[in-house]
Write a protein that binds this ligand. Structure first.
Ligand SMILES: [Zn+2]
Length: 204
């Protein structure tokens, strides 16, 4: 039984953290490059492993490069959506979802659901690897699909959520965005560009 959908959007190859980077060879096991800001390690990242450490960071000059897409995920894990996407939210009076304005791009918004769902990492067998001694986070969180949510045995009627876990490696880590059935139907009906929905099955 389908209990919800996950928002499936494509990486547009851009980085909210910026284009200023350097090669890093000191820390095997992590990415071999790091984000910089004004020549120093980027203050929104861990200088050792490059994971994001400032959950609120927005680059004031960032602009979405794929202007004809209604949703993108950046290479550093930001879900950004268009004005058309936000109109759907307004039309149906979605609650508990922030559309954070981007100072450098008035046509796109950072999509941030405030409600979380618990990902069932035990059942899914998600692996947590390469713990960073500096920020104490896991550099690699591997195994999101097929998506398994904990304690969801009935379909989610509506709403937009994010998972409590962020998946991926280093600066690319991001949570999954989950839509209840009604919300997913509203997104689908709007025929947004480059926005797909992946069904999630309930616990058997
Ligand atoms: Zn770290």
């Amino acid at each position: 039984m389908i209990c919800a959908y996950s928002l499936s959007v494509e990486d547009d190859g851009s980085y909210m953290l910026g284009d200023d980077t350097k090669t890093a060879e000191l820390y095997p096991g992590f990415h071999d490059w790091r984000f910089l800001k004004d020549g120093a390690p980027h203050p929104a990242t861990c200088a050792v492993c490059d994971r994001k450490t400032d959950a609120e960071f927005i680059n004031p000059r960032f602009r979405v490069s794929r202007r004809n897409w209604d949703s993108v995920v950046t290479g550093d894990g930001y879900y950004l959506v268009s004005s058309a996407f936000r109109r759907v939210a307004r039309q149906y009076s979605w609650s508990d979802v922030a559309f954070v304005e981007l100072p450098g791009d008035s046509d796109y918004f950072w999509l941030r659901p405030s409600r979380t769902l618990t990902f069932d990492s035990d059942r899914r067998g998600t692996r947590f690897e390469h713990r960073c001694t500096a920020c104490k986070g896991w550099f690699d969180v591997v195994g999101a699909h097929p998506i398994m949510l904990r304690d969801i045995d009935q379909p989610l009627a509506g709403g937009l959520f994010q998972t409590d876990l962020a998946f991926g490696s280093g600066h690319g880590q991001s949570p999954l965005i989950i839509a209840g059935l009604e919300t997913a139907a509203q997104i689908k009906a709007a025929r947004l560009r480059h926005v797909d929905l992946e069904p999630i099955l309930s616990t058997p």
